[in-house]
Design a binder for this molecule. Structure first.
Ligand SMILES: Nc1ncnc2c1ncn2[C@@H]1O[C@H](COP(=O)(O)OP(=O)(O)OP(=O)(O)O)[C@@H](O)[C@H]1O
Length: 296
């Protein structure tokens, strides 16, 4: 008798504040129709990484589908660092920055087809102060906004964050920053320093047009104190990057030092205030499903 291969779905039931039952049901039907065994793991928010690690070792899935926001993808990616498992995304978070960068379609059936097909990319991953980063980390106004957003307990689209400007205007921005990069130490002043593996933010704004997610390099972007409003429009609106207020440095590692502790976020998750941020390429890449015509 032929042994069926397994596909594991890791799904975050609270991501994006939507009901996940239809995704689970459709996943099971689709995968079974394609002669795979379907296994579903629903995250609990407690010790999920350990549970996923053990489950993956036990069932040895041929690939893993992940449904949630960027936080869920990051947690699974961390577990898979030392394992060679292909992953595919069924985005369902309030912020789906990675999916946005991979040009994934919105329809679930199309996402499932991509997940079962054979078009993959070796996605670079970064280490930012010990945290895995798949697309964009930053210190400054954006991380501060994410902190405010997380504390507000409102879930949903990020657009309304723009209403939070007044809370930022009187804060510690701009700040002075020293960057150790490419053998030099550069002294700068800005309101936001981004570490970008990808091009786009979750909303589609292209903040890093030169970035390629599989070139073994990343970009450091220093946003000058041009205008908080303009910069946040670039981050959260549909505008492309304005070279007048940003400086871009391509590298494989960087050390960022500030005088005052500044808010840090990685892939949409606020991680506290830091005076030192070290980012470098991870040796491990992630084999991720992309649409057949996908070009970087
Ligand atoms: N069952 C659960 N109950 C509560 N929290 C959970 C559960 N499962 C996962 N989590 C938490 O969800 C977070 C990840 O959410 P994710 O980023 O994937 O979705 P999201 O809707 O985009 O989130 P956010 O609204 O924070 O951007 C992690 O902090 C994780 O611990």
């Amino acid at each position: 008798m032929k042994t069926q291969k397994t596909i594991l779905l890791v799904i975050n039931p609270i991501a994006g504040g939507t009901d996940k039952k239809p995704i689970i049901k459709r996943f099971k039907t689709f995968v079974t129709e394609n002669d795979y065994t379907a296994v579903v793991y629903e995250t609990t928010g407690e010790d999920d990484q350990k549970a996923i690690d053990e489950l993956v070792d036990r069932i040895n899935p041929e690939r893993i589908f992940i449904s949630g926001g960027d936080g869920t993808i990051r947690e699974v990616a961390d577990v898979l660092k030392e394992k060679e498992v292909k992953i595919a995304l069924l985005p369902s978070g309030s912020a789906n920055g990675l999916a946005e960068n991979l040009d994934l379609p919105e329809k679930l059936d199309e996402q499932l087809k991509i997940g079962l097909a054979d078009h993959f990319m070796d996605l670079d991953t970064l280490d930012v102060n010990g945290h895995t980063c798949l697309h964009i980390a930053d210190i400054g106004v954006n991380a501060q906004l994410i902190k405010n957003y997380e504390q507000s307990e409102i879930r949903g689209k990020f657009g309304y964050l723009l209403q939070a400007f007044p809370t930022l205007v009187n804060s510690k921005f701009p700040f002075r920053v020293a960057l150790k990069v490419n053998g030099e130490t550069l002294e700068k002043e800005g309101i936001l320093v981004a570490i970008a593996n990808a091009n786009k933010f979750g909303t589609g704004a292209n903040i890093n047009p030169e970035g390629k997610m599989n070139d073994g390099k990343f970009e450091v972007l220093v946003f000058k104190n041009f205008s908080i409003t303009e910069i946040l429009k670039t981050f959260y609106g549909s505008k492309n990057l304005d070279p007048d207020f940003v400086e871009v440095i391509c590298c494989t590692e960087v050390e960022i030092q500030t005088d005052e502790a500044i808010a840090l976020q990685v892939d949409g998750e606020y991680l506290g205030e830091e005076t030192r941020v070290k980012a470098q390429m991870n040796p491990n890449k992630i084999n991720i499903a992309v649409p057949s015509g996908f070009k970087l």
